[in-house]
Design a protein around this ligand. Structure first.
Ligand code: UDP
Length: 258
């Protein structure tokens, strides 16, 4: 976010620079089950973002003093690869990645049935391979699919998306320049169908009306994203059936539905 108004973000036809409508998401593709050695995994391409998630556990928590006697700890680690951004990112954790890991862990803990696994840890590694704004939302979205792929008991997945404000307009899913030169960015994570909010942050300034408009855009988009998450699991499930020699017509039916 910046007050620098050097960059116009809406062209003379009233369109965003990448041609999107104000309420339009970037293209999103999700694939579940990409890693053999993880208990669950998924990969997302969201615009120019490329993010992978791997889940291990539930397994015994080490160090032992970090164990919770009555529930599992959901431990997400968000990491941006050094080569993921144009200016090389210094490897290793920094203030930003610690913050994002924390908010993603807390969001996911809302849906995982943690009471079923006392003293255990569920590790979720989120690796950002290419970044172009919105990586915390992409990370939370893909981590949810990876948890489901791992068969972790959950009440639902979490879908996440940001809305914000550029050149005085409330818009959905800010791209890199919109994020850098826009006026506000509001990442949101919800439990679909319940509209329970499990992640909410705001960078920049909005009026109450603009905030409400941004929330509505983000929540509606999360419902769209939830469909893409579910479709990824359906495709994954049908591939698993194939491996187990299930009849082709059953598999085709599932694939058609997805
Ligand atoms: N970014 C970067 N270097 C960094 C951190 C971020 O180039 O060390 C870029 C990256 O493209 C990221 C964007 O800035 O996606 C926006 O970062 P922000 O902290 O707003 O998080 P995000 O929108 O990715 O959740």
């Amino acid at each position: 976010m910046s007050d620098n108004k050097d960059m116009e973000l809406i062209d003379e036809n009233g369109k965003r620079l990448d041609g999107r409508e104000f309420d339009e998401l970037r293209d999103i593709k999700i694939e579940a089950g990409i890693l053999k050695r993880a208990d669950g995994s998924a990969y997302i391409e969201w615009g120019k973002n490329k993010v992978m998630a791997a889940v291990y556990g539930p397994r015994e928590m080490h160090p032992r003093h970090a164990q919770e006697p009555s529930k599992a700890v959901v431990r997400a680690r968000y990491n941006m690869a050094a080569f993921s951004v144009p200016d090389r990112k210094r490897p290793g954790p920094d203030r930003r990645s610690v913050e994002i890991s924390k908010i993603i862990s807390e969001a996911l803990e809302e849906v995982v049935f943690v009471e079923m696994f006392p003293r255990a840890v569920i590790d979720i590694f989120i690796e950002v391979l290419e970044a172009s704004a919105g990586t915390r939302c992409a990370g939370l979205t893909v981590a949810s699919v990876a948890l489901a792929d791992a068969g972790i008991p959950m009440s639902n997945m979490i879908a996440s998306c940001a809305a914000g404000k550029i050149d005085g307009h409330v818009v959905l899913d800010l791209g890199k320049n919109e994020d850098n030169f826009g006026e506000a960015d509001v990442p949101v994570g919800i439990v679909p169908n319940t509209d329970k909010i499990t992640l909410l942050q705001m960078d920049g300034n909005l009026t109450k009306e603009e905030y409400e408009e941004a929330m509505e855009l983000a929540i509606d988009a999360c419902d769209e994203i939830y469909e893409i998450q579910r479709d990824a699991l359906k495709v994954r499930y049908s591939t698993t059936l194939e491996d187990h020699g299930e009849p082709d017509d059953e598999i085709e039916k599932i694939q058609e539905e997805a």
